[in-house]
Design a protein around this ligand. Structure first.
Ligand SMILES: [Zn+2]
Length: 466
């Protein structure tokens, strides 16, 4: 985004800074905190893991290798809820809800609609009059060169203009006015705006002339040009100097270290073996690092038959966090869904699933174990918990007939029908739960009827309220 000139920029002060500063380069770098926010709408779709972002950030740091600045991730990327597309208006709202003070807040979203030529995002200049809390960077995740686009927008954040800017007036090819026109830097070639054409691959092939009749020779690799996304890869020394200048003058409020509290959940039991009608009894330990200002926290349990996916939530628990605790032993009784056949499943415990605590790392809030369900010890037809005392009749049927209609009837001993449930049986091991709260205590007959086969199985069960 390009909207304003630095009202306090003094060319001689800048020259003085560059002169005095030139010794520093290479000796020491200042760590600068970046907070990445990943809007929910793109989670998964692009697989923006912490590892991927770290490697993009490493590439950004390579681009900044001629500056005094080295960026680091301030805690894990924040997963936030977001919209499909952003203009400055709803981006301000997104930032107001999620901003982490004194860090560079970078939002990775599906679509940014701010800039006609759109290099893939926008940022605010250091001299922008808005409050620091209202300055951030918006990035369109769909770019083929995320590190390049990040560096471009961070470049604006650190006071760089586009190489083709005309805010200061038009720069001439012969450099006679390069200190005071265009991007104010003399080692960036005069540029008429490569979004208008003139590049082939990453080579300049245009024949555009300036007002003197000199041919432009812009560099399509310059990070602050509107070249193709794939090409932008270089800052010049003057650009690096200008970023150092704003780093010192306006951006020294940015943190050089980050420390947040952290949860870590683990279990000494890597696997469990149960029958489908049994609960899973499992112990976890929860480590708490740093100050967590909450009295209780939620733990969700997810079950999946695919290790790569969380699956569905099967239980939610709330645990209390005694003040000052650094480690908690947790015992859970997981009510395993009865309708799972003999197979291996993955049970994942997730601490703070709604991200109430701003953490150093969120990846260690999850712990997965495998659960093997082995029903071979069960008889072919079983009514669990007989007598039924809790109003739920649990039925297990092992039967070769699959892809078949199945009707359950509940009769009393006088032959009166009390309940009918029609289902579809699509696998050998079949489970069903029938609500029998409307039945009075007593003896009943459950009939499992296969209408396609004209065949029935019957069992007796008792209902006996506690
Ligand atoms: Zn730009």
């Amino acid at each position: 985004m390009e909207s304003s000139l630095d009202p306090n920029f003094d060319h001689s002060i800048f020259q003085h800074f560059v002169h005095n500063h030139s010794n520093k380069k290479g000796n020491i770098t200042d760590p600068v905190a970046i907070t990445f926010h990943i809007a929910e709408a793109i989670q998964g779709e692009y697989g923006l893991s912490q590892d991927i972002l770290q490697s993009e950030l490493n590439a950004v740091n390579n681009h900044f290798s001629n500056t005094d600045i080295e960026f680091f991730m301030c805690g894990a990327p924040r997963q936030i809820s977001g919209e499909q597309s952003y203009t400055t208006r709803n981006a301000d709202e997104l930032n107001a809800r999620n901003h982490i003070a004194n860090t560079i807040n970078i939002y990775l979203v599906n679509d940014v609609m701010a800039d006609v030529f759109g290099i893939g995002g926008f940022a605010f200049f250091p001299w922008d009059p808005r409050d620091n809390l209202q300055k951030y960077i918006m990035i369109d995740r769909g770019t083929p060169n995320l590190a390049g686009v990040l560096s471009h927008e961070i470049g604006h954040f650190y006071g760089l203009y586009h190489t083709h800017t005309t805010l200061n007036g038009l720069e001439l090819v012969n450099r006679s006015n390069c200190e005071f026109r265009g991007d104010l830097l003399c080692d960036t070639e005069a540029d008429y705006n490569l979004a208008l054409g003139g590049i082939d691959g990453c080579k300049y092939v245009g024949e555009v002339k300036d007002s003197n009749g000199d041919f432009y020779m812009p560099n399509p690799k310059n990070m602050m040009s509107y070249s193709s996304h794939r090409c932008i890869s270089e800052f010049t020394l003057d650009q690096s100097n200008r970023m150092n200048f704003y780093h010192t003058r306006d951006l020294s409020y940015l943190k050089s270290e980050c420390s947040f509290p952290d949860f870590l959940i683990s279990s000494a039991e890597p696997s469990k073996s149960i029958r489908a009608d049994e609960d899973i009894k499992i112990k976890y330990s929860l480590d708490l690092d740093g100050d967590i200002d909450l009295e209780e926290i939620e733990v969700y349990f997810w079950l999946s038959d695919d290790e790569a996916e969380l699956g569905t939530i099967i239980q939610k628990e709330t645990i209390s966090l005694p003040p000052g605790s650094t480690s908690l032993d947790l015992d859970f009784n997981i009510d395993f869904p009865i309708n799972r056949s003999t197979n291996t499943y993955f049970l994942t415990a997730q601490v703070d699933p709604e991200f109430k605590v701003l953490e150093q790392e969120e990846g260690n809030n999850l712990h997965t174990i495998s659960v093997t369900v082995d029903n071979s010890a069960l008889e072919d037809q079983v009514v669990f918990a007989n007598p039924v005392s809790n109003n739920i009749l649990k039925i297990f049927l092992r039967d070769k007939s699959t892809k078949t209609e199945l009707n359950f009837y509940i009769w009393d001993h006088l032959g009166r029908l009390h309940k009918q449930v029609d289902v579809f049986k699509n696998r050998e091991e079949y489970f069903e739960e029938i609500d029998v709260s409307s039945l009075a205590d007593g003896l009943y007959i459950l009939e499992a009827h296969f209408p396609d086969k004209g065949r029935s199985e019957s069992f007796n069960f008792y209902k006996q309220s506690l």
